[in-house]
Design a protein around this ligand. Structure first.
Ligand code: NAD
Length: 375
C-alpha cells in the first residue's frame, strides 16, 4: 500500500516536470519502508495553521539549529519566508530567546522516523542540515562524530529524497587534506583529509552528488571557511580562536592563541556565510554547474588578525600556546579557496574583509561590555 502510494507520488512529480532526472526515480527509491508515523505531537500542531496557508513559500526545517550558525540562519530565513515557516530543531534545550522567537522542535538526526514525522506533519520543502560534530569535537569523540556526521547524513538524505526536498548540507575547508592544493584549493582536487570531520564531509559531498545524479535529489552544498560570529559560540572547530579573540581583547586586553602565529586559514563573517547559503538555495537549478561549491572571503593568520585588532586597541597583547592537534589540522587545510565558480554561476560576492570584520566584532563586544557594566 505504501509502495503504491509512493510510486504514485513519483509519477505525479514526473508528470508535473518537477525533476529533471525523474525517470531515474523509478529505478529504485532510496526509501526505507517504515510503519505509520507516530501521532503528531502538540508542539507540531501548534504552528500548523499559521505556517501553511497555501503560499508557495518554502517550509523550512533546520537540523542542529542551536549551534554557532543555526539561529542566525533561522533569523535570516524567517525575515524572508515568515516566522512560522522556519522550524529550528536540535537535541539541546533552546534558551528562552530562541524558544520564543519561532517554532522549535526536538529532532535527533539519528532518529529517522522522527525526521520523517516532522517533514510530513509540517509539509517541509527545504531542509538545512546543520547537525555535525566539528573538527576538534570530532577528534575528541570519533564514534559520536561518525554517528552524527555519517549515519545522521544517511537519514537526512533518505528523508530528503523520499519527500522531494531541496537539501542544503554545508561542507568545509576541513574536507581538504595535506595533499590538496593549499593556495588556493580549487573546487575539484585531491581530497584526503585526516580528521573524522573532514572524511565525513567528503562523504557528504559525494553522497549528496550521488543522490542528485541517481535520484534527482536537489542537493546543494557550500564549503564554508572558518566562520566568525559575534553573538553565538563556536562548537569546537579549529578556527574558533578567530571568534574568541574579540571578547577576550575587549574584556582583558589579552588573548592566548592555540594556533601558531603564522597559521593562515580562510575565514568568513557569519553574515556573508548565511547570505551565501540562502543565495545558493534560491539559485535556479539551471544556473548551478556543480552541486558543491567553494566560497571564499578573507584569509589571515593569528598574527595578522592581532595586528588589525591592535589598530583599535593599542594595548592588546597576544600570546601563543599551540595545541599540537589543532595545529596539525590547520597545517592540513588550505590557506584560501578558489571560489570563481560560485562567483560565476550564481553571483557570489562577499561583503566583509578583515578590516570590516574586526571593526564589526569589536563594536559588538565593546557595546556588550558597556551594557554589562551599566547593569
Ligand atoms: N562554524 C564553522 O566555522 C563552520 C565551518 C564550516 C562548516 N560548518 C558546518 O556548518 C554546520 C553548522 O555548524 P555550527 O558551527 O553551527 O556547528 P555547532 O557544532 O556549533 O552546532 C552543531 C549542532 O548540532 C547539534 N547536534 C549534535 N548531535 C545531534 C544529533 N544527533 N541530532 C541533531 N542535532 C545534533 C548540536 O547540539 C549543535 O547544536 C555544520 O554542518 C558544520 O560542519 C561550520
Amino acid at each position: 500500500m505504501q509502495i503504491i502510494g509512493m510510486l504514485r507520488h513519483v509519477a505525479m512529480a514526473c508528470g508535473a516536470g518537477q525533476r529533471p532526472l525523474c525517470s531515474r526515480w523509478t529505478s529504485g527509491l532510496p526509501v526505507r519502508f517504515l510503519g505509520t508515523s507516530s501521532p503528531q505531537s502538540p508542539a507540531d500542531a501548534s504552528f500548523h495553521s499559521a505556517s501553511f496557508s497555501g503560499a508557495d513559500r518554502p517550509q523550512v526545517l533546520i537540523t542542529g539549529g542551536l549551534g554557532q550558525l543555526g539561529v542566525g540562519l533561522a533569523n535570516l530565513l524567517r525575515k524572508r519566508f515568515g516566522k512560522d515557516n522556519v522550524i529550528l530543531s536540535d537535541i539541546r534545550k533552546p534558551p528562552d530567546h530562541v524558544f520564543y522567537s519561532g517554532p522549535f522542535l526536538y529532532a535527533d538526526v539519528l532518529d529517522y522516523k522522527r525526521l520523517r514525522e516532522i517533514v510530513v506533519n509540517n509539509r517541509i520543502t527545504w531542509l538545512f542540515h546543520y547537525s555535525a560534530l566539528l573538527s576538534a569535537a570530532g577528534e575528541a569523540n570519533v564514534p559520536l562524530a561518525r554517528a552524527v556526521n555519517v549515519t545522521g547524513l544517511h537519514n537526512v538524505l533518505d528523508v530528503a529524497a523520499e519527500y522531494h526536498l531541496r537539501l542544503f548540507v554545508p561542507s568545509t575547508i576541513g574536507a581538504f587534506g595535506p595533499t590538496s592544493p593549499r593556495n588556493p584549493a580549487p573546487d575539484l582536487c585531491t581530497q584526503r583529509p585526516r580528521t573524522i570531520y573532514g572524511v565525513s564531509k567528503v562523504y557528504t559531498e559525494l553522497m549528496g552528488e550521488y543522490y542528485y545524479h541517481r535520484y534527482g535529489l536537489d542537493f546543494r552544498c557550500l564549503r564554508y571557511p572558518g566562520i566568525i560570529s559575534a553573538d553565538s559560540q563556536p562548537g569546537g572547530g579549529t578556527t574558533d580562536y578567530a571568534v574568541q579573540i574579540f571578547p577576550d581583547a575587549i574584556r582583558s586586553g589579552k588573548f592566548e592563541c592555540n594556533l601558531k602565529a603564522s597559521a593562515r586559514l580562510p575565514m568568513m563573517y557569519v553574515q556573508d556565510c548565511l547570505r551565501a547559503t540562502l543565495e545558493v538555495m534560491d539559485a535556479p537549478a539551471e544556473s548551478l554547474s556543480m552541486r558543491t561549491y567553494n566560497i571564499n572571503a578573507m584569509s589571515f593568520s593569528p598574527e595578522e588578525l592581532a595586528q588589525e585588532v591592535l589598530k583599535h586597541l593599542p594595548e592588546f597583547q597576544i600570546s601563543y600556546n599551540v595545541d599540537p592537534v589543532l595545529q596539525a589540522i590547520a597545517d592540513s587545510w588550505p590557506m584560501t579557496l578558489d571560489d570563481s565558480s560560485a562567483r560565476k554561476d550564481w553571483g557570489w560576492k562577499h561583503d566583509f574583509d578583515l578590516p570590516e570584520l574586526v571593526t564589526t566584532m569589536l563594536n559588538f563586544h565593546g557595546s556588550d561590555t558597556r551594557v554589562a557594566q551599566a547593569n
